[in-house]
Write a protein that binds this ligand. Sequence first.
Ligand code: AMP
Ligand code: ZN
Length: 467
Amino acid sequence: MLKIYNTLTRKKEKFKPISDEQVSFYHCGPTVYWTQHIGNMRAMVLCDLIVRSLEYLGYNVKLARNYTDVGHLTSDEDEGEDKLEKGAKRDKISPQEVADKYIKVFEQDIKDLNVMPAEVKPRATEHIKEMQEMAQTLLDKGFAYATELAIYFDVSRAKNYTRLSGQNLAKNIAEAGSGEVSDPNKKHPADFALWFFKKGKHANAMQTWESPWGQGFPGWHIECSAMAKKHLGETLDIHMGGVDHIPVHHTNEIAQSESANGKKFVNYWLHNEMLVVDNEKMAKSSGKINSLAEIKDKGYDPLALRYLFLGAHYRSKQNFTWETLDAAGNALKKLRNEVTEIKSNIKSAGEAKINENLREKFIAALEEDFNIPQALAVLWEVVKSDKFINEEKLLTILNFDGVLGLKLDELKTETGEIPKVIQALADNRQKFRELGDFNAADEIRQEIENQGYIVEDTPQGVKIKKK
Ligand code: AMP
Ligand code: ZN
């Protein structure tokens, strides 16, 4: 029985999808105005692990992950500049060219991390009609009002507005940001824009559309409400995003969707914790950010980063250091060596089956609020076990890797044919190199060559080949 921690109820709940046919899953995607950092990448990998776990447990998931390409201001509330415009000025291209450029970067990055693409990838600028319709419904039902500068959602009209965060409204506002309000006609500081007019500080907005109320552009929160409704319906099984979205973005999504549709918006709210550096959230504003490109440039395999992410539960913070990435890279290398060894020791295809005991353990880990670190431990248990034959081991490992996504099925046996003794010599040589004892390292290289193999130092690490 799958249990999921629901932010809305603050409890682990038994998972019951609306339909047996499909699980509807909305994930707040990136604002595509620059290269996402590896904190954002952690959010994507964690979502991927949850989607893969659901699929493994027999659910058919329809995942929608949006691209925000308009309306997300530099503060998560209604203040600051549109992030896409900021990107356009910086890169000296149009906002849509900025979006195209960074969507490409994002899609390559998540591909490198073996994150499965979403089934639906809605772009905000392609759903302006749906956003306007929802805003109109909210106006018609008296949940919204217009000022000279914008159409606002009236939070005093929403039922239990702060229930997701569990905060009282004053605290919610205090934590929502600077409290700066540039529209004196806003009734309440927490009221948020559904539609900004091309006026005031947005008089020079670069991306605007006609609307029944005047030229302008949508607010960030209405985008997700409208796109989720269009692609997944009025009530979703799962909605996921980072914990940073609880007090403002997701609180506002609930208020809009439930007020407009008159129905519960989401049954299970899932929130991933942050990747941190020196106990501070990895964020552009902190300056302590790293991109996947940087990690690749330093010679790391992107899957080493994925392996690192497997090591912490999605509701736990994870600290990033280069040492932990090194350790993850080494563990992945060890795992690959073990698996290639197992592969190369398989003599015939045989009639092996997956090991049911360990499969049950693996499932139990997933069913406990997607305990991936535990699931990874079960994978290692398979690798290390001497209780069953290689064929059974390999099948079980590859089956589990369907969730963990380390591409173990792509390992070639050529490297597996490297005898253990050669591998051990190469490992020793590496240790001497790290200690700076290059004479000793060279002696070992000679010994390896004498035995018919050559070692090569590549940016991806040491490669061993037959002479
Ligand atoms: P953004 O483009 O800023 O809207 O962020 C995209 C996603 O990445 C959101 O779901 C954020 O919650 C998430 N995110 C941002 N920073 C981090 C971080 N340091 N660790 C994990 N997730 C993050
Ligand atoms: Zn969203």
